[in-house]
Design a protein around this ligand. Structure first.
Ligand code: EPZ
Length: 423
């Protein structure tokens, strides 16, 4: 298994191109199942997760093809015929977003057998919101033997779905299902994350009638069929955020190309409070680290436009060496602090009180062998390794490969001493 090795202490300088968004491209590829025509997605990242999903879609009957290179790269999905409506456990357990095929399969083929995803490292992650929403749209659902068996004889019918709280995945799935349901659906407490807006925009280009993207209420007039489309994927705000934090953590000076400050959302003001400078250059976002130690800054994760849970761990990486005590509260997932133990191995001083991590900044971190536990925890260890004195060796980097495209290449190009070793 590969390991990432980092010799820390080098300020990052130069330019990094931000990739297309993982959390947009996955539901966009799933949306390709809604039509028999070709869906072309441009600017997509090449990741372990997109390859896993390509296999899942292929088994259902879609032709998934990667094309181009570098900035011209993309992927197309063409599901002329659905040859299967079953997504087995071995796929869904590998990657949770595979569960989302439930929506398009039910909307287009009027039936689906999709494995329950089960819990995962960051929390229990139930699927009640998906199932209640689809039942409201007329689906008969039986959960048996670890599978969701769903049928919608005669097709899905429009419904009003009031989510009790915000769920990104349930919003994706219900929005896709409502596009082909008969009548007008209203979804309240919908997610307004940029990735949901991106998927909704692509669905509109496919002929869907969706109102309210980017707000908490979506109104969707079902149509009889959707067509293909040619869509460019939004840039990855979580990758961009991790790079911005790595620059701040190393007192570096880097322009993140292809994005503006808006993409960082609530991270931008938090980074300014922490002492980093951010300015737009016309081609991207210039990030300059604080002159001395970062300033301890509290954050609380919330649905968009609040501080993203996917940036909680990377932000904690920066706070490890901040001047003062920062309180970092996680309200989305109940077990998203696995990075704390690993950061402690590098010398961080962090204690947990319920849903809050209390980070007492130390002057320095020191390199050590550590282990990645999930996707965002692993990039946090990269940030911490870049800050630390000496060598950090990160095991289980397959977590990192799920969501960060060529990360060691991108960071080496801005001066980091980072490389991959195959064990
Ligand atoms: C998406 O997961 C993202 N995944 C996550 O990113 C991200 O952390 C999360 O949204 C929140 O922003 C992808 O886009 C592929 P949720 P999702 O449903 O949709 C609870 C990463 O690192 N819930 O918004 O699965 C759930 O347990 C990943 O890239 C229910 O209780 O998240 C959680 O506590 C990790 N019942 C909360 O809602 C349900 O039926 C929000 O989860 C559905 C969700």
């Amino acid at each position: 298994m590969d390991e990432i090795v980092i010799e820390g202490g080098v300020p990052l300088r130069g330019e990094i191109a931000v990739s297309g968004s993982k959390n947009a491209v996955l539901p966009l590829m799933v949306a390709g199942l809604l039509t028999d025509e070709k869906l072309v997605l441009r600017g997509t990242p090449r990741l372990a997760d997109t390859r896993t999903l390509a296999k899942v879609l292929g088994e259902l009957g879609a032709a998934v093809e990667e094309f181009g290179d570098g900035p011209g790269e993309g992927v197309s999905v063409q599901a002329t015929d659905l040859v299967s409506t079953r997504a087995p456990y071995e796929w869904v357990s590998k990657m949770r977003a595979s569960f989302w095929v439930l929506g398009p399969l039910l909307a287009r083929a009027h039936q689906a057998q999709v494995s329950l995803p089960g819990g995962c490292a960051i929390g229990t992650r139930p699927v009640d919101l998906y199932l209640n929403g689809l039942e409201a749209m007329g689906a008969d659902i039986v959960v048996e033997g670890g599978y969701v068996n769903a049928t919608a004889k005669g097709g899905l019918k429009a419904a009003r779905v009031d989510f009790p709280f915000v769920s990104v995945g349930a919003t994706h799935v219900l929005m896709m299902a409502a596009c082909l349901a008969k009548g007008t659906s209203v979804i309240t407490n919908a997610a307004s994350e940029p990735e949901v807006v991106d998927v909704g925009t692509c669905l509109q280009a496919m002929g869907a009638k969706i109102d309210g993207l980017g707000t908490r209420t979506l109104t969707i007039d079902g149509v009889a069929r959707l067509s293909g489309a040619d869509h460019t994927v939004t840039r990855d705000r979580i990758e961009a955020g991790a790079f911005a934090l790595a620059v701040a953590a190393t007192h570096g000076d880097v322009t993140l190309t292809g994005i503006d400050e808006n993409l960082l959302g609530a991270l931008a003001p938090a980074m300014r409070l922490a002492g980093a400078e951010l300015s737009e250059t016309g081609t991207g976002l210039h990030v300059k680290g604080p002159r001395g130690r970062a300033i301890a800054t509290p954050v609380t994760t919330e649905p968009y436009p609040g501080f993203a849970t996917d940036l909680q761990a990377p932000f904690m990486g920066l706070m490890c060496c901040a001047d003062g005590v920062s309180r970092i509260r996680e309200t989305i997932f109940e077990n998203r602090f696995m990075h704390v133990q690993e950061l402690a191995r590098l010398g961080a001083d962090i204690s947990l009180e319920g849903d809050t991590a209390i980070v007492t900044g130390v002057e320095k971190l020191f390199g050590a062998p550590v282990m990645a536990t999930d996707l965002r925890a692993s990039v946090t260890l990269v940030i911490a390794g870049l800050m630390a004195e000496g060598q950090t060796r990160i095991a289980r980097v397959y977590h990192l490969d799920r969501g960060y495209e060529r990360i060691e290449e991108k960071l080496s190009a801005v001066g980091a001493k980072i490389w991959r070793e195959s064990q």
